[in-house]
Design a protein around this ligand. Structure first.
Ligand SMILES: Cc1cc2nc3c(=O)[nH]c(=O)nc-3n(C[C@H](O)[C@H](O)[C@H](O)COP(=O)(O)OP(=O)(O)OC[C@H]3O[C@@H](n4cnc5c(N)ncnc54)[C@H](O)[C@@H]3O)c2cc1C
Length: 289
């Protein structure tokens, strides 16, 4: 492991200044549950780590004029404990609950999870299903990026050198939207997802609208199953339609075969989990499951 220096940023501007000063050799350090493993195994060799954990404002979970803002430094445990997240976006709590074990959830942050951009990350599908966006601090000001556009490739996001993910925002229009998150791993705990799915929908005048299906571990980046979403629009909910949406979602995905599972098995999981997540979202919308 190559030696590195650690600078502790006391506020956001100091973090940006340190990242700028040491670019392109600096990396942001949050919980370190992913970054330090990579450094230890020589997959990355930053010369400088900018520790942002002292920057309290980055851990705040609050309702704002835009919606529910969850600071990038909010840990998975903090999300599970947050009354605001539980009330407005319970699917995020369900997702946080499936991440690693207690120790990982106590240290690992939402921001760190999203920035890893691994296809299986568990914090991604629910924000996709809720039209969330990322609030990003750049040296020349703030910018916002829809979470659907945030992931570019495995381990690559839209973040540019020197930028900081500040918060994930669930827009006001999505707060309280019936949503369900399901994950399938090889064990119940401490397992990466073979497939994870979040589905959300609303019922108005007996038909479905605003259906969203976010999928993880099924393609090089997290994706929305747009064709599957479309067939639900303006239709009365039914098991047959959810089964069809599951089949379409499985067709839209591009799962791989690896040592954990074959692509065929993953496709079957996508089909079943999508169908179940839609049924669960419907039940939460007050419809029949
Ligand atoms: C034993 C174990 C089990 C795990 N299980 C799961 C699991 O079940 N599901 C899952 O999804 N993940 C899992 N992980 C992965 C990891 O714990 C999570 O991704 C975690 O949320 C990462 O957050 P962190 O704060 O530790 O990030 P760090 O390791 O500190 O950082 C990760 C990456 O994000 C960058 N970064 C962090 N914060 C910011 C920011 N605010 N702005 C810009 N860049 C930033 C870092 O530079 C680095 O590139 C597991 C890890 C371990 C070690």
């Amino acid at each position: 492991m190559r030696a590195f220096e650690v600078f502790r940023a006391q506020n956001r501007s100091q973090a940006l200044a340190l990242l700028g000063e040491h670019a392109p050799h600096a990396a942001v350090l949050a919980g370190g549950t992913d970054l330090l493993v990579e450094v230890k195994h020589g997959m990355r060799a930053p010369r400088v780590l900018v520790d942002i954990t002292p920057v309290g404002e980055l851990g705040v979970i609050e309702l704002t004029a835009q919606g529910l803002s969850i600071g990038a430094l909010a840990t998975h445990s903090a999300i599970m404990r947050s009354a605001l997240v539980r009330e407005h976006c319970p699917a995020l709590v369900e997702a946080a609950h499936t991440i690693g074990a207690v120790q990982t959830r106590n240290l690992g942050t939402l921001g760190g999870n999203l920035v890893t951009a691994v296809p299986s990350l568990d914090s991604g599908p629910a924000p996709l299903a809720l039209d969330a966006f990322a609030s990003i601090a750049a040296p020349d000001g703030m910018r916002e990026v829809a979470i659907a556009d945030f992931f570019l490739a495995p381990r690559r996001t839209v973040l540019r050198t020197g930028e900081l993910l500040c918060a994930l925002v669930i827009p006001s229009a999505s707060l309280g939207k019936p949503t369900a998150f399901l994950k399938f791993g090889l064990r119940k705990g401490q397992a990466l997802a073979l497939v994870n799915v979040a589905a959300s929908l609303r019922i108005a005048h007996g038909v479905m609208c605003e259906a969203r299906i976010g999928l993880g571990a099924v393609a090089p980046t997290l994706i929305r199953a747009l064709d599957a979403e479309r067939i639900l629009d303006a239709q009365p909910p039914s098991e047959a339609l959810f089964a069809e949406a599951g089949r379409i979602a499985a067709d839209e995905a591009r799962p791989i075969t690896d040592f954990r599972a074959s692509a065929a098995y993953r496709r079957e999981l996508i089909r079943v989990l999508t169908q179940r997540a839609l049924a669960l979202a419907l039940a939460r919308a007050g419809g029949k499951r």
